[in-house]
Design a protein around this ligand. Structure first.
Ligand code: IVH
Length: 708
């Protein structure tokens, strides 16, 4: 083969490999909300692919990532998300966009911006805007009323998430149709970005941490997960935000982009005050330089600047490529990156015994803060980066507040490569693997117990639940937390103190605390002792479902605990529950069921439960919780379907049970009626109509309960 053909072959393969890699990255980013590639790397690879495709037109493929935007579609079934176990996203109506939702071409240097400007007609006006880092949304207003809110989806079709969008208070539900200065067109579409503020993001992550749920990497991922939730009440609680940046439709007022945004503002839309018309490269650069600094004071994440040709006629002349408009371009701020030394890896033990490796870094300035610690997540992460103590590492802080180690700088490594041992011993339980010596400690750094790793899980754990100090303290902290037993006056510092004094060893000891034991402590005194004891006394009224959550059984979060408590109204019943009975409960999978069974197999746990019971902690539902509120739905089989505004779907199901009814999953001849929210599945509707089963709105249903 000649040299030319060889090169050709290599490039063909590179094209195929890049397509696959970028497709995978799109999927991770848009569907799973768990990006694996930085935006910068993605754009570099996409460019390389574009260049190669231009050199090899014979390789054209309409499915190449250069020809379409990534897809976040969930659609009516939501299978992809469900299969991966991310936040549930099923049952959204899919709607074809009136105008395809395109992306923007990105640039990372001022030269590229200058090049783009140079190619535009002379004296063109440029609108500069902030590039908000959330997810795009398209709002449809028909005769002034908000009727649909579509995600970008695959650019052609999107998911209608209007029920969730209605929870954003700054988005108008209807427009001022009496406005005579700027009459509202029969149809108008506003596009913008939905986001979660830094504050809301941090609050949400704190809650998730307390409940041992996976943390969101950044506000964008959190907003994306939130927008795809089925429960608008939960969406409302999380507090999404929105900025709009584009108006579309026929017969729109004004013929510049800027004026349209100002009209939209007059109609009540949230339009950013940062939008500015610039007339030359200098003004554009000034805008970029100003916002590169000032954006750090904004309540929401931004990742660049968007430049748009102001005049709509000029926009139309410039037109579009397959993926993006030629009349707009994004300038992305570079993620801040620093090189620093990894001084040591230490290991932290959490409440459930998970051992997390932590990088202790030579302190370094990054985006205005000093960074000296970063998580290394787990053993696999260390292996993937091939990271070793003493290495120089790149630390990045982009859209995320949490700094992360992105790579090792290979040129600075002067040690001998240290082989990673793969020795694993299969003694005893085959599902547990012993930690290999060289990469991860074999024993718990806190209590010395040999670590175990359950097959299929990334984490090494210390199995010494009963006496490993951070596990005991962590369990007590969880037990007293607000959503669990809510014991005021007993925070983590006090727990630490009382533990070190030998007064607390486990959660049951909390109820054995005596006034004089506490008051004797230097930092506490009489008053704190009294507050604490009152808090402890009040916790005896906490209902059984929350007590179950407070016990801290692995993976039994607040909602799961409620569902389990409903099925098993006392701990005595739960203690003997079988795997089959447990997995029959909504939301309880095999792993959770096994964790519950393991929990009750431990003698020390049984002893703790006994002591809690003797102390007066609620170990069963009170009669009024169990007793039906009425029998108005007695003998009725009811299907609950769709998205609701007043209560969550689960709340409606509980209401049905509390009024004597039965929840069923699918529509049949025996179905009494369907309680239907927004976006009820079209199949269900068809079947109901065919069988003559009546469909009630949530308002009709609530009225029915109130009228009994
Ligand atoms: S204009 C056809 N303006 O960035 C014009 N987009 O990478 C399309 N974005 O999908 C978009 N702030 O989700 C525009 N001021 C802004 C923006 C913005 C954020 C997002 C948007 C878009 C993505 C493109």
């Amino acid at each position: 083969m000649d040299l030319f053909s060889q090169l050709n072959n290599v490039e063909h393969e590179e094209i195929l490999a890049l397509r696959q890699e970028l497709e995978q990255a799109n999927y991770q980013y848009y569907v799973l909300n768990a990006p694996t590639m930085s935006d910068y790397d993605f754009d570099q690879k996409l460019r390389r692919l574009q260049d190669l495709e231009a050199l090899h037109p014979d390789m054209f493929d309409a499915n190449s990532p250069t020809q379409h935007v990534g897809s976040d579609l969930i659609g009516a079934k939501g299978e992809r998300l469900k299969a991966k176990g991310t936040e549930k996203g099923k049952g959204f109506e899919q709607v074809t966009h009136r105008y395809p939702m395109l992306s923007l071409s990105n640039s990372y240097s001022q030269e590229e911006i200058a090049d783009w400007l140079r190619k535009l007609p002379a004296n063109v006006e440029i609108v500069c805007e902030l590039k908000y880092d959330g997810l795009s949304i398209s709002l449809w207003y028909e005769n002034g009323i908000l009727t649909k809110a579509l995600t970008r989806g695959d650019g052609v079709k999107g998911d209608n998430v209007v029920a969730n969008i209605r929870t954003i208070t700054s988005i108008p539900q209807c427009l001022p149709i009496t406005d005579t200065r700027y009459p509202i067109p029969a149809f108008v579409e506003l596009r913008g970005e939905v986001l979660l503020s830094w504050e809301a993001f941090e609050r949400l992550n704190k809650e998730r941490e307390a409940q041992e749920e996976q943390l969101f990497a950044n506000p964008r991922n959190a907003a994306s997960g939130t927008l795809k939730l089925q429960d608008p009440n939960e969406v409302a609680r999380r507090g999404l935000d929105c900025y709009l940046y584009y108006m579309l439709g026929d017969n729109l007022p004004a013929n510049t982009h800027y004026d349209r945004l100002q009209i939209a503002k007059a109609w009540g839309f949230p339009i950013s005050d940062s939008v500015k018309v610039c007339h030359n490269l200098e003004e554009v650069m000034e805008y970029i330089a100003y916002w590169d600094v000032e954006r750090k004071n904004l309540p929401v994440a931004t990742d660049g600047i968007v430049l748009k040709v102001n005049n709509i006629a000029q926009q139309e002349e410039l037109g579009y490529t397959a993926k993006s408009p030629r009349w707009a371009i994004a300038y992305k701020f570079p993620a801040e990156k620093q090189l620093t030394r990894l001084n040591a890896i230490t290991y932290q033990v959490g409440r459930t015994g998970v051992v997390t490796p932590v990088a202790n870094l030579e302190p370094v300035q990054l985006s205005g803060t000093i960074v000296q610690r970063a998580t290394l997540h787990n053993e696999d992460f260390i292996r993937q980066l091939d990271i070793r103590e003493g290495d120089m590492v790149w630390v990045e802080k982009g859209g995320e507040i949490i700094p992360k180690i992105v790579s090792v700088e290979p040129r600075t490594r002067n040690q001998e490569p240290r082989p990673i041992s793969n020795d694993r011993t299969d003694e005893g339980d085959k599902s547990l693997l012993l930690a290999p010596y060289s990469i991860f400690p074999k024993n718990c750094p806190e209590c010395g117990t040999p670590l175990v790793r359950v097959e299929g899980e990334a984490a090494w754990r210390c199995p010494n639940e009963a006496s490993c100090p951070p596990q005991i303290k962590g369990k007590m902290e969880h037990f007293v937390s607000r959503k669990a037993m809510n014991i005021d006056g007993l925070g983590s510092e006090t727990i630490d103190l009382l533990y070190s004094q030998g007064l607390l060893h486990n959660i049951a000891d909390i109820y054995a605390l005596q006034q004089e034991d506490i008051a004797r402590q230097e930092r506490l005194g009489e008053k704190s002792a009294q507050n604490m004891l009152t808090g402890i006394e009040q916790s005896k009224q906490v209902p059984w479902a929350r007590v179950l959550f407070a016990l801290g059984i692995r993976m039994v979060g607040e909602t799961t605990a409620k569902k389990i408590a409903r099925r098993f109204p006392s701990i005595d019943q739960l203690q003997w529950a079988t795997l089959e009975q447990l997995t029959a409960i909504d939301d309880v999978g095999e792993q959770i069921a096994k964790n519950i069974i393991t929990y009750f197999n431990s003698l020390s746990n049984l002893e703790i439960i006994n002591r809690l019971r003797q102390a007066g902690v609620q170990m069963e539902s009170q009669e009024e919780e169990q007793a039906p509120q009425s029998d108005i739905l007695q003998g009725k089989s009811i299907v609950v379907s769709g998205v609701f505004a007043h209560h969550s779907r689960d709340e409606y199901k509980s209401m049905i049970e509390a009024h004597g009814g039965k929840n069923v999953g699918s529509v049949s001849k025996k179905t009494s009626f369907i309680l239907a929210g927004e976006n009820m599945g079209p199949e269900k509707r068809k079947k109901a109509e065919a069988l003559g089963v009546s469909i009630l709105t949530e308002e009709e249903f609530l009225l029915m309960l109130n009228n009994e």
